[in-house]
Design a protein around this ligand. Structure first.
Ligand code: FMN
Length: 563
């Protein structure tokens, strides 16, 4: 192996060739370290501190060469005396802040290329957003499932603490805009709210294509600065798990949609003109096998496909600005974070692991259940919002009967055309074990809910008995989420808790550490530990790549309170 020079200790220092010594060198990735060789065994080791120098190590044959300079002779003497070692590489400090795409932190004003994802019904709470933003992470408020006034209330809470967004002066944060095919007015109202309140980052979820609302949000405020550079004020983070959906957001919005928005006075002609050259989104969160809505794809298969698509569209469109592809789904350990960055992710985004944290809007009872979850304690089950379409979500299976009960309801929905057509024995089992109410009583409360939300649904249910059955069954699914959020004890066996395998992975990694105490599960501590541990794992992998015999446990960063 070619040597760069020599490394000399200051007397007491020696390079580490043992497992323990290499472990200690890996543990602090912020330190400059050197890969050196044992001239006797040719084994590779790691030196910390000391004096690297570009003087080439020479053989003892050269030392006896009468033409050798006296400096070289003394270097060789030290070398032969075992106080200098051939230097093969020097590795500068490695910071968790640098693991992702540098433009992520620059554009979004964060310290770390790490985000906590939106979790519906305010589970990703204002408190969670504030804690993360103050510590230099990006965080998305979980607005899905909430009405605009509740979302606005959360925005007020966040702004009261973080300040009103004004360029780079206040910490960055964002909120979720969920595509609502059944309720386009709600999607429009929430997008309008974000524009009115100046929410600068939106995580766009559940889109199968573009809607005017997300397009309006994306391009509102786009302008050209005095140097002719196009600037955008609003940032869409497209949450995607399929290439065909990613493409909609990678390309500029269709001309017809932009023209319609101009005609309605929702975009200016200038904004639409500039939009024709800009992608809808410049940040993409690639969602692999996650909690909640997921296609269960492995990150290692999905992320490279989206990276390749991004590169193709950038070439086709001739974009000058970077488009960042982040990774989500299954990320619950430091090595998973390191692996996501090694795959080329610009940033990472976590969900499940934050749900068990102090700041999450979930009840303490449900958080305790999450803390018990193993890696296989999750299952796919019907989704309340897209029940009729057969869409599923990933939920916790341990300690709750929600999944089999929701599946039972879907089986009945698929098998019968009306509530009345369900055989009596089935019906009484469902009434007793799942609804804990007769169909009539359950329909009465379902009716009351929809009377306050959308009477068109009720009118449709009157005409279509199958739709009535869907609304009734969906009400159980919807309530099951609220029971887990509110901690309704008598409904513990019905808790619907969205959760992916990342939770079990986190629990296994964190077992025996300070995270065992629920009070220590704080989103910032989780994020710092995942990022710090990812830096350590990356360092271990770097050394391994240079041929150092890195012990397996060098990758196992143990959780600890981090400032
Ligand atoms: C309880 C829960 C609720 C979620 N709600 C939403 C949501 O409303 N909108 C959204 O875009 N993603 C939602 N997600 C997905 C997360 O934002 C994140 O992308 C995902 O959890 C990452 O995968 P992981 O669970 O494996 O960490 C939710 C996830 C969980 C666990």
């Amino acid at each position: 192996m070619q040597s760069l020079g020599v490394w000399a200790g200051d007397g007491a220092q020696e390079p580490a060739f043992s497992h323990d010594g290499i472990l200690a060198a890996v543990a602090n990735p912020r330190e400059l370290i050197h890969v050196v060789q044992d001239p006797g065994s040719a084994a590779l080791g790691v030196a910390r501190g000391g004096f690297p120098s570009p003087v080439a190590p020479v053989s003892s044959a050269a030392a006896s060469n009468p033409t050798a300079s006296s400096a070289m002779a003394s270097s060789v003497a030290a070398y032969s005396a075992g106080r200098q070692w051939p230097l093969l590489a020097s590795l500068p400090a490695l910071y968790p802040e640098w693991l992702g795409d540098r433009s992520f932190c620059e554009v979004h004003g964060t310290r770390f290329p790490y985000a906590s994802g939106a979790m519906a019904n305010g589970i990703a709470s204002a408190e969670m957003v504030i804690a993360m933003a103050e510590a230099g992470f990006l965080a998305f408020f979980g607005a899905a499932g909430l009405q605009p006034q509740s979302i606005e209330h959360a925005i007020e809470q966040i702004e009261a603490r973080l300040g009103v967004p004004n360029g780079k002066q206040t910490p960055s944060w964002g909120a979720n805009l969920i595509h609502s095919p059944n309720d386009p007015a709600l999607e429009e109202a929430v997008a309008g709210l974000y524009l009115r309140r100046g929410v600068r980052r939106v995580s766009a979820a559940a889109y199968m294509g573009l809607t005017p609302h997300i397009v309006r949000y994306a391009y509102s405020g786009v302008r050209q600065d005095s140097a002719g550079v196009v600037q955008r004020v609003n940032h869409v983070f497209a949450k995607i798990s399929r290439p065909e959906v990613a493409r909609y957001f990678l390309e500029p919005a269709p001309a017809a949609m932009l023209a319609a928005l101009v005609a309605e006075g929702k975009l200016s002609a200038d904004e639409a003109r500039l939009a024709a050259r800009l992608p809808v989104a410049e940040d993409f969160t690639v969602e692999a096998d996650s909690g909640g809505h997921t296609d269960n794809r492995p990150l290692s298969a999905l992320l490279p496909a989206i990276l390749a698509l991004r590169d193709r569209v950038v070439r086709e469109q001739g974009y000058q600005r970077p488009i960042r592809i982040g990774a989500a789904g299954g990320i619950g350990t430091p090595v998973a974070v390191a692996a996501a960055f090694a795959l080329g992710a610009s940033y990472v985004l976590t969900g499940s692991v934050n749900q068990a944290c102090v700041e999450s809007g979930l009840s303490p009872q449900a958080k305790a259940m999450l803390a018990e979850a193993g890696i296989a304690d999750v299952v796919m089950t019907p989704a309340a919002d897209m029940f009729e379409l057969g869409v599923e979500v990933q939920v916790l299976s341990r300690g709750t009967m929600f999944a089999p009960r929701a599946r039972k309801l879907r089986e009945l929905y698929r098998g019968y055309d009306s509530l009345e057509a369900i055989p009596a024995a089935e019906r009484s089992r469902v009434e007793r074990d799942i609804l804990r109410a007769s169909f009539e009583q359950a329909w009465q409360s379902t009716r009351e809910f929809w009377a306050g939300r959308d009477t068109a649904e009720l009118a449709r249910a009157e005409r279509d008995p199958k739709h009535k059955m869907a609304l009734l069954f969906r009400s159980y699914l919807g309530l099951a989420s609220h029971w887990s959020i509110d901690g309704v004890d008598e409904r513990r066996s019905d808790y619907q808790i969205w959760c992916g395998p990342a939770m079990g992975a986190f629990n296994a990694w964190a077992a025996g550490s300070f995270f065992d105490d629920p009070a220590n599960r704080r989103v910032v501590q989780v994020a710092r530990n995942l990022m710090e541990g990812a830096a350590v794992a990356t360092r271990a992998q770097q050394l391994r790549c240079y041929g150092v015999a890195v012990p397996a446990n060098a990758f196992d960063f143990r959780p600890r309170p981090l400032d």
